[in-house]
Design a protein around this ligand. Structure first.
Ligand code: HEC
Length: 116
């Protein structure tokens, strides 16, 4: 009986040690480098702001001809992007710092401003 208990205990210890090892690489993966502007745009914005996206179709109504796509916009100050992303605008949802960190938002805003 005692021998069997000892075996179960040993098994548990091994299982715990194995699972502790398993989780380690995942912890490292979550602290990956911040994404670049183009990466954030591709992950989060292009879905609505590509040529046929909902955002682009909405912005056609109030942007200069040919500039409804964010990537084509001549004037896109970082403050406008920060505001739209953190507060949402019209039917565009807001994005929290969990989805886009402050650091990433800054990189994204500066990159968008630099395009045209
Ligand atoms: C679910 C769709 C959707 C996503 C995802 C989305 N947007 Fe939008 N966005 C919209 C819509 C729709 C509008 C137009 C809102 C309105 O005026 O009614 C808009 C408007 C904007 C505007 C305002 C432009 C102006 O001239 O006022 C900016 C800036 C903007 N989006 C940036 C972004 C960025 C940056 C991302 C990615 C982080 C993003 N959007 C993701 C739908 C989206």
């Amino acid at each position: 009986m005692i021998a069997r208990l000892a075996l179960v205990f040993a098994g548990l210890t091994l299982a715990l040690a194995a699972s502790a090892q398993d989780t380690e690489p995942q912890v490292e993966a979550t602290s990956a480098a911040p994404r670049t502007g183009p990466e954030i745009f591709a992950d989060t914005c292009v879905f609505c702001h590509d040529a046929r996206g909902w955002g682009t179709r909405s912005l056609v109504q109030r942007t200069p001809p040919g500039q409804a796509e964010l990537l084509q916009r001549q004037v896109l100050p970082p403050a406008l992007v920060r505001n739209a992303v953190r507060r949402g605008v019209g039917s565009m949802p807001q994005f929290t710092p969990t989805e886009i960190t402050d650091e990433e938002l800054e990189v994204l805003a500066v990159w968008l401003d630099s395009l045209n």
